[in-house]
Design a protein around this ligand. Structure first.
Ligand code: HEM
Length: 424
């Protein structure tokens, strides 16, 4: 396929970002927010920020022990809260809220080195509610029509989406802004050798670029957008996958039981936490996670690319300038690959291990997910360790596993669900 650039990013919950991506693709950058950040940027800025983000994550131990430590510390704190609220060993947990904060805290600690405190937590949940409400507004229509039509036909709705985007970006990048200002005033000493979080790594880079002289892509504005993009792309996707996963698991207690048996064996009856090092041995959990991601398949519409050269796809001519997409969600329900795709059946991956490679929730290629390693570590450690600690049951009726917003840009599991966590 010819060279293509990404024109729209559409995690369901990034609906507001999609609007800006499409917006940016249709108008000169100078009129807009600029070709900033990662998700909706193209060309040299995108390539530079992507390289930088991947390197910074590696330096900060993503996929290694340091990342595991951050995730387990966070999980321990959240489990301590669950345990403190327990009555006769049982706590009723609103799973969407639980995972929103847990995942939000992990990503916050990687990006800005902090968890949400009690006061921030409320503010954060308010913003999340706002963001979720725009997901309801955002449809495939918004992805398809030019932005000027959206602005003319539904100005109030459009303005609301943009406002929410700005509010979220300002909120999540507030810490970065404060540190940048301290750094400019010389009140903040950088740890050049061992940056403790993403913002510090970025500030080190700004300083290095300054020493070289000339203009640089590494600016406060760009940092705010990169942080905003990483946060938005990483928080809701991971939290939603976890909610979707537990909605499935409580509908299949026999799968939870089988998984727990495997994990108990691996961890000496739960005498130590499950670790990323166990991945090679935890065949059944690996299969469960793949099945969760196949079902969660959080996108209804995939990211669009613009084709820069004429090409042919399965005998069809695709002209330059065409907007194209590969539909990951459709692949995950392809009956030729996954028999009875509607069934939640992790055993399919035990029966045929090669199927694991056919589940591609993070995309493939040069614009594949930057946070794949972080997300995989979170899913593995959170699901595995929660199953080791709690028997998890429905509170009242069984949750639905249906998509709640079938006409939205992405899939939405039932986020109203409360589950009972019973300490083992
Ligand atoms: C279960 C969780 C996640 C899923 C299913 C997911 C899925 C995806 C998918 C399908 C893409 C687009 C791939 C393409 O266009 O080919 C993507 C891009 C991206 N994701 Fe994720 N993601 C997840 C978590 C994360 C996390 C934790 C982060 C950050 C810490 C993140 C950051 C990004 C970014 C920045 C991009 C844009 C990359 C680019 O355009 O170069 N994602 N993600």
């Amino acid at each position: 396929m010819g060279t293509s650039s990404k024109i729209a990013f559409c995690h369901q919950f990034l609906s507001t970002l999609v609007v800006s991506s499409v917006f940016r693709s249709k108008f000169p950058h100078s009129v807009l927010l600029g070709n900033l950040g990662l998700v909706s940027a193209n060309g040299e800025t995108w390539a530079e920020m992507r390289r930088f983000a991947l390197l910074a994550f590696r330096t900060m131990g993503v996929g290694r022990d340091l990342m595991e430590e951050r995730i387990l510390n966070e999980l321990n704190s959240r489990c301590a809260e669950i345990d403190a609220d327990a009555v006769n060993g049982k706590t009723i947990v609103h799973t969407a809220e639980f995972f929103d904060i847990t995942v939000g805290n992990v990503i916050n600690s990687v990006l800005v080195g902090k968890r949400f405190d009690d006061q921030n937590k409320k503010e954060f949940l308010k913003l999340k509610g706002l963001l979720d409400s725009t997901a309801e507004l955002f449809t495939i229509f918004d992805l398809t029509v030019p932005v000027w039509i959206l602005q003319k036909v539904c100005p109030v709705r459009y303005a609301r989406m943009i406002e929410v985007q700005e509010e979220i970006i300002n909120y999540v990048s507030r810490e970065a802004q404060e540190r940048y200002e301290q750094f400019q005033k010389g009140e903040y000493t950088l740890n050049h050798e061992d940056p403790q979080d993403f913002v510090e790594a970025y500030l080190v880079k700004i300083e290095e670029e300054k020493e070289k002289g000339g203009s640089s892509m590494y600016t406060l504005e760009c940092l705010k957008h990169v942080i905003g993009d990483l946060w938005l792309a990483g928080q809701d996707t991971t939290a939603t996958t976890l909610v979707s996963g537990f909605n499935q698991l409580v509908n299949h207690p026999e799968i939870m039981k089988k998984c727990r048996e495997e994990l108990m064996k691996l961890t000496g009856n739960g005498s130590r936490p499950l670790s990323l090092k166990d991945r090679a041995e935890s065949h059944y959990l690996n299969a469960v996670l793949a099945e969760i991601q196949r079902h969660a398949s959080i996108l209804n519409v995939n990211f669009w690319r613009i084709n820069h050269e004429p090409t042919t796809v399965k005998g069809y001519t695709v002209d330059s300038g065409s907007v194209i997409t590969a539909q990951l969600g459709a692949l995950h329900v392809n009956n030729d690959i996954f028999k009875n795709p509607e069934k939640f059946y992790p055993e399919r991956f035990i029966e045929n291990e090669k199927l694991l490679n056919q589940v591609i929730p993070f995309g493939i290629g040069k614009r594949s997910c930057v946070g794949e390693n972080i997300a995989k570590s979170e899913l593995y450690l959170m699901i595995g360790n929660l199953l080791l600690r709690y028997d998890i049951r429905p509170h009242g009726s069984l949750p639905s596993t249906e998509d709640q917003l079938p006409y939205s840009a992405g899939k939405l599991p039932d986020k109203t669900v409360k589950l009972e966590f019973v300490k083992l």
